[in-house]
Design a protein around this ligand. Structure first.
Ligand code: SF4
Ligand code: SF4
Length: 62
């Protein structure tokens, strides 16, 4: 299933805080764009650590 982790790239500043926070290591900063991306959403615990960590309010969990 896709669409669990939704990142608003317009808001993402590329700070990397969500990447460090994610216990499942499924978030990364894309080289070149420096925007946060998700690898395997099926591993997401849906606890929202990344949502809490993001200072830009760029992440939603659905
Ligand atoms: S909700 Fe948790 S497991 Fe899912 S992407 Fe965010 S920090 Fe990672
Ligand atoms: S914490 Fe927010 S602003 Fe920082 S890289 Fe992650 S999504 Fe982007």
């Amino acid at each position: 299933m896709s669409g669990i982790v939704i990142i608003d790239e317009k808001l993402c500043t590329g700070c990397g805080k969500c990447v460090k926070m994610c216990p499942k290591k499924i978030l990364y900063l894309e080289p070149g764009t420096n925007k946060c991306k998700v690898t395997d959403e099926t591993k997401c615990d849906r606890l929202g650590g990344c949502v809490w960590a993001c200072p830009a309010g760029a992440i939603r969990i659905q």
